[in-house]
Design a protein around this ligand. Structure first.
Ligand code: FMN
Ligand code: SF4
Ligand code: SF4
Length: 269
C-alpha cells in the first residue's frame, strides 16, 4: 500500500515536537512532506482536509499529563476521512500519563485511524541552564529512535492491502483521563525584565497565544491568555523573559529533583 502525501501537523511552542516529527518523516521516507504548523495564532483559520490515501503524523506537547489544551482547537482544524494517522506526544522527562490515549481518542473524533503512536522526550519547557531537565533533547539518540519508528511505520503500511485493514494502535493511558485543577494558576504568565529588554518584538511574533504586545515602549503580557509554554523565554535573544512566580518555581524544583533519570522514547506500532 502506498500513500499519496505525508503531512506533519503539530503544535510546538518550543520546537521539540516539530524536530521529532521531522525525524519520523525521514524514517518513513516520503518524497514530499508537507508541514502543517499549527503553533501560531494566525494558523487558526479554516479547516484542512486530509484524504483517505494520505498519511498524517500529528504531534503535541504534554502539559499536566494531558494533551496541551491550547493544541486541541488548532489540531481540530484537521479533518480526516478515515485517514491513517501516527500520533505523537512530547514530554519533558517526567511522564506523559494520559496524553497519548487522549490524542488517540481525539484523532478518532477528527476522522483519523491512529495506526501507530509514540511518546518522545524533549527539553522541559521550564528547563534552563541553572535548572536543567532533559536539556538538549531530543538529542541524536532520540532522533535516531524517531527515524527507526518511522521505518517501522513504513513497513506496517507496505504490508497492507488497504488502509482500512490496518489494526488501530493500542496505547497506554487511563480513562477517565487524569485531571489536575490548575485554575488557581490561570493568571500566572511570563513577564519581561525591562532593564534587559531591547523591545525587538521577537516575542510578539513567537507567542502561540498572541498574548504579547508592545505598547508605550513596554512589553505587555495578557496574563489570562499566556499558557506558560515558555516559547518567549527560550526565544528572547537577550534572555529578558521569565516566569517569576514562587509556586511555579517550587513545583518545577520538585519535578527537577525527582525526574532527572533519563527516560527513553516509547513507540507503539
Ligand atoms: C505548562 C506545561 C506543563 C507541562 N507538563 C508536563 C508534564 O506533565 N510532563 C512532562 O514530562 N513534561 C511536561 N511539560 C514539558 C513539555 O511537555 C516538554 O518540554 C515538550 O517537549 C514541549 O514541547 P514543544 O517543544 O513542542 O513545545 C510541560 C510543559 C509546560 C509548558
Ligand atoms: S524578545 Fe526579548 S528583547 Fe525582544 S521585545 Fe521580547 S522581551 Fe524584549
Ligand atoms: S507569553 Fe506565555 S504563551 Fe506567549 S510565548 Fe510567552 S510563555 Fe508562551
Amino acid at each position: 500500500m502506498n500513500f499519496q502525501a505525508l503531512k506533519l501537523a503539530y503544535f510546538s511552542p518550543t520546537g521539540t515536537t516539530r524536530k521529532v516529527l521531522q525525524s519520523i518523516a525521514e524514517g518513513i521516507g516520503a518524497e514530499n512532506v508537507e508541514h502543517i504548523d499549527l503553533t501560531l495564532p494566525q494558523s487558526d483559520d479554516g479547516s484542512i482536509t486530509a484524504k483517505s490515501d494520505e498519511l498524517v503524523v500529528m504531534g503535541v506537547p504534554v502539559y499536566e499529563g494531558r494533551v496541551a489544551r491550547a493544541a486541541i482547537p488548532r489540531l481540530e482544524r484537521l479533518k480526516g476521512d478515515k485517514t491513517p494517522a501516527v500520533i505523537v506526544v512530547m514530554y519533558g522527562n517526567r511522564d506523559f500519563e494520559d496524553a497519548l490515549i487522549e490524542l488517540s481518542d481525539l484523532s478518532k473524533e477528527w476522522g483519523f485511524l491512529p495506526i501507530a503512536g509514540g511518546a518522545f522526550i524533549g527539553e522541559h519547557s521550564f528547563a534552563s541552564v541553572d535548572k536543567p531537565l532533559a536539556n538538549g533533547r531530543p538529542d541524536a539518540e532520540d532522533l535516531g529512535k524517531a527515524k527507526d519508528f518511522g521505518a517501522q511505520i513504513r513497513a506496517k503500511i507496505d504490508g497492507l492491502e488497504a488502509f482500512d485493514d490496518a489494526a488501530l494502535v493500542e496505547v497506554p493511558g487511563n480513562k477517565p483521563y487524569i485531571f489536575r485543577d490548575r485554575s488557581a494558576w490561570e493568571h500566572i504568565a511570563a513577564s519581561t525584565i525591562e532593564e534587559t529588554c531591547t523591545l525587538c518584538g521577537d516575542c510578539v511574533d513567537m507567542c502561540p497565544m498572541g498574548a504579547i504586545t508592545i505598547e508605550d515602549d513596554a512589553v505587555k503580557t495578557d496574563n489570562m491568555a499566556c499558557i506558560l509554554c515558555c516559547a518567549c523565554i527560550k526565544g528572547c535573544p537577550v534572555n529578558a523573559r521569565e516566569v517569576n512566580n514562587p509556586d511555579i518555581a517550587k513545583i518545577f524544583g520538585w519535578v527537577c529533583k525527582h525526574y532527572q533519570e533519563r527516560r527513553e522514547p516509547q513507540s507503539f506500532v
